[in-house]
Design a protein around this ligand. Structure first.
Ligand code: B3K
Ligand code: ZN
Length: 868
């Protein structure tokens, strides 16, 4: 909460710190509402100046300040910090503060998660623990002494190595930790609690033995095995693919229930949302298993890309996040299905990331101006950031890319670096000029690649004309051309691939698009070819090429690149949606175009296809991605088209859905790629069968299921198809899992995404369920988050009741947890594609929120931009 008007920080204003801090010794006496923190740091002036030392601090009670052991009184406390003047060139600074972890509902800094103490310091949470230079370019060696009640908190954890411990007479005990690696304050962590511990070890390539420890709530040990396997797989992958080894003797992961996001890469002591640690067949779905693997990998990979080399300032966030997402995507792809991983990531880009890029919060992957840093942990910084790294990988190739990564890490080890440093290393290691490519770091918005073609039969030449255009965003009216890698293949009308010949030379599949408009001429093309454009989504752009149904059908069947096959089906679906929207507007009924039915049939009958890919090809895009096809549209009508197309496909291909269902049964539950793929296909088929009214199959699966994937798929099919059986299943599920918040989150989510008119009332009612809590972000995301982002039809009700529900939730969370509030406001600020009526309803609500007293910086930044 702020009293003064929120201040904007600009990337261009970066200044190195006036002081360095070389060491920080923390002594923390844990008590629920009165924890005392003594912070002793060695401070050194940076250069010649007489500027004061301005330390960051929020919500701290200051008890003592001493310089070189002598208490001082000439300091100035401000709303957000502590100012010390007339300091020697180098000195020891002692600061004693008191904080209230039990009263910390924002879950930033030191707080209580259930009965345990834990911390979250990124981006700027450390300033809620003590006064400090809370910025990523100040790297210090930390030691941490934790003292707490021995019975309630047998485990006292922090970063680095445990160097000493002891017990006290009053029932308390202490542990001393020492982290040998200098680090910024955002990587500090502390955990105190009583846990079950899963222990294992890993021997690195060079023979270092690392103790691995996973801390979970008592009674959950049997659910930690997959996380441990994933950790070991991550360590091995980073050694093999990137030649990077772990560097401490111990790696700890703690799972907590109250966490604002997924997990946090604190040095040697990751703190995780329990959702991304706990998994067993009874409680986790196949998707949950893969998520655990991905997030464990992501946080582990940060040890090099984030911790050993960190960010100079928070505007550089994508330096560590985009790169680490790229690394976790590669890890998942190397271990599982590359194509399916690619499809899932592209769905995120084309849906929510494109929407962000088209909305009021549009920003380059390296933002220029920020009010609240927590607002910039975005799909743009993470996912588009990863796409930018992927384009570099595409342009350079694996070998040069790895050379560049190695050069970057070696050159900046132990430092706080910038995105420019990263690109410079890539350019040096590969010898490529990346000047134009760097514009990806500074331009917001989704570029459109408009492609037209011409065929000259006489000369046997095929010419592609490529035009790029990035629509204006608020802060950047004019855009410059980008360096876009355009991967393509050409096929004959019989589906045979053609070699790409330019000026007599065979060229690779990736064209360098550099200009606003460019032509590419391919020689010795015997007849008009079918182009497969943007293979593998080689750049985060919208492709505009007038594909015919015949061309898409051919690509869906014959493309060598599997991603293109999926993408061709997506494009056929998009065409069917556009076509049917006009039909509905004309008063006609929805009907599935013949070519789409045929492609679905061929796909269902193609037994050579990977089942997981097959399942992806047969799943419609969600409404959010379809919205991106329009400038402005009536979302109600669009939803109707979406639903009816699915119903028609269900009916038209019923025997084939039945067959696919039977053919993909898995006799016993195993977490293996083949089986996960079968279940995915089987459950897609079940969804269609439910829409075609086959309640028996759905009910049977619910009853017979021996794993959470099948249980939830049956329930989901019943709820989506509004089968009478749905309520019985939901009641049964609730009775069984009432005690387990994480499992019950699926139940909240399912009901929140039910299609009917009654859903809003159901959501309101579920907010009083004993398992629901406005203090637990997982519960909020499962119920409220799912309703507002995965149920667009009910959320965007024309009576505005969906918006009112969200407003009342935001009013509460603005005070208790502004970060979570700010995440939830997204569907309200991205209104530009909606019809005028809905836009009007939304704007009125945004005004209402804007007028709130004590509006948090987090919400202020987004709402003020949306209303500007
Ligand atoms: N680095 C953290 C994110 C911190 C978010 C702070 N609001 C997790 C991750 O990306 O690995
Ligand atoms: Zn990350």
């Amino acid at each position: 909460m702020t009293q003064t008007k929120p201040q904007v920080q600009y990337r261009e204003d970066y200044q190195p710190p006036h002081y360095w801090i070389d060491t920080l010794d923390l002594d923390i006496q844990l008590h629920d509402s009165a924890t005392e923190v003594v912070a002793i740091s060695r401070v050194r002036r940076n250069g010649e100046h007489d500027e004061p030392l301005v330390l960051d601090g929020e919500q701290l009670e200051l008890l003592q300040v001493a310089v070189n052991g002598v208490d001082i009184a000439q300091y100035q406390q401000t709303e957000n910090g502590l100012v010390l003047s007339q300091l020697p060139e180098a000195f020891v600074l002692t600061i004693k503060t008191r904080i209230n972890p039990a009263g910390n509902t924002a879950l930033e800094g030191l707080y209580k998660s259930g009965s345990a103490f834990c911390t979250q310091c990124e981006a700027q949470g450390f300033r809620r623990i003590t006064y400090y230079l809370d910025r990523p370019d100040v790297l210090a060696r930390f030691s941490t002494r934790i003292t707490a009640d021995a019975a309630a908190y047998p485990y006292l954890l922090s970063n680095g190595n445990r160097v000493d411990q002891g017990t006290l007479d009053d029932g308390r005990h202490w542990v001393q930790w020492q982290d040998p690696f200098p680090k910024p304050a955002y990587l500090f962590a502390l955990v105190a609690g009583d846990f079950d511990v899963l222990r294992d070890s890993y021997t690195t390539l060079s023979g270092r033995n690392v103790a691995l420890e996973i801390f979970v709530d008592k009674g959950n040990l049997h659910r930690a095995g997959h996380a441990m396997d994933s950790l070991k797989a991550s360590m091995a992958w980073d050694e093999q693919r990137c030649h990077l080894e772990y560097d401490l003797d111990i790696y700890m992961i703690v799972a907590v229930d109250f966490f604002n996001m997924g997990a946090m890469e604190n040095k040697g002591l990751n703190v995780f949302n329990a959702k991304f640690v706990l998994a067993d067949a009874n409680t986790a779905t196949d998707g949950d298993y893969l998520d655990v693997e991905r997030v464990i990998g992501h946080e582990y990979f940060h040890n090099w890309t984030g911790n050993r080399v960190t960010c100079r300032d928070w505007f550089q966030l994508s330096l560590k996040e985009g790169l680490t997402v790229f690394r976790d995507q590669e890890f998942s792809s190397d271990l599982g299905s590359r194509t399916v991983n690619r499809i899932q990531n592209v769905r995120i880009m084309r849906g929510p990331q494109f929407a962000e890029d088209a909305g009021p919060m549009a920003h380059p992957i390296r933002p220029d101006a920020v009010i609240e840093m927590n607002n910039f942990y975005t799909l743009t910084v993470y996912e588009k950031g990863s796409e930018v790294i992927r384009m570099l990988h595409t342009l350079l190739g694996e070998q040069a890319f790895q050379r560049g990564l190695a050069l970057y890490l070696q050159r900046h080890d132990g430092q706080a670096a910038t995105c420019d440093d990263f690109v410079a290393a890539m350019s040096e290691a590969s010898g490529r000029d990346l000047t134009r490519f760097k514009r990806w770091y500074s331009q917001a918005g989704t570029p459109v690649l408009a492609v037209t073609d011409a065929y000259d039969a006489e000369q046997q030449r095929y010419t592609l004309t490529v035009r790029q255009h990035t629509p204006a965003t608020r802060e950047q009216p004019g855009k410059l051309p980008l360096h876009i890698p355009l991967s393509l293949a050409l096929y004959t009308e019989q589906g045979e691939p053609l070699s790409l010949l330019v000026n007599g030379d065979t060229v690779g599949p990736v064209l360098d698009v550099l200009e606003d408009e460019q032509q590419f001429v391919f020689e010795q093309i015997p007849s008009r070819p079918v182009p497969a454009l943007l293979q593998g989504f080689s750049a985060p752009v919208k492709l505009d090429y007038p594909y015919s149904d015949e061309q898409l059908t051919l690509l869906a069947k014959s493309s060598i690149d599997e991603f293109v096959r999926w993408d061709a089906v997506q494009m056929l679906i998009n065409k069917a949606v556009l076509d049917n929207l006009s039909r509905l507007q004309r008063g006609d009924v929805v009907s599935v175009p013949r070519p789409l039915i045929d492609v679905f049939r061929t796909t269902l009958e193609d037994t050579s296809l990977d089942r997981a890919l097959q399942a992806q090809m047969l799943a419609l895009p969600d409404l959010g991605s379809l919205l991106e096809l329009f400038e402005q549209v009536d979302i109600g009508l669009l939803g109707q088209v979406h639903q009816q197309l699915q119903a028609e496909l269900a009916e038209a291909l019923r025997p084939l859905w039945q067959q696919a269902y039977e053919q993909n049964l898995t006799p016993e539950y195993r977490i293996e790629h083949q089986d996960i793929a079968r279940r995915a296909m089987k459950n897609v088929a079940l969804g269609y069968l439910a829409l075609a009214g086959d309640a028996v199959k759905v009910q049977q699966q619910y009853q017979d299921a021996d794993n959470m994937t099948d249980t939830l798929a049956a329930m989901k099919a019943a709820v989506r198809a509004e089968l009478n059986e749905a309520d019985v299943m939901l009641a049964d599920f609730e009775a069984k899992w009432r005690q387990d918040g994480l499992v019950l989150d699926n139940w909240f989510r399912l009901q929140a995404t039910a299609p009917g008119e009654g859903t809003l009332a159901r959501v309101q009612q579920l907010m009083s369920h004993p398992t629901f809590s406005m203090n637990n972000p997982n519960r909020i995301r499962a119920l409220i988050g799912a309703f507002i982002s995965a149920n667009p039809l009910q959320f965007h009700r024309l009576d505005g009741a969906g918006y009112d529900l969200l407003v009342s939730v935001l009013e509460q969370l603005n005070d208790s947890n502004p970060q979570v509030a700010s995440r939830l406001v997204t569907p309200l600020i991205q209104f530009s594609r909606l019809d005028d009526a809905r836009q009007g309803l939304i704007k009125a609500r945004l005004q209402q929120l804007m007028a709130m007293p004590a509006l948090s910086r987090d919400l202020f930044e987004k709402i003020s931009k949306a209303l500007a």
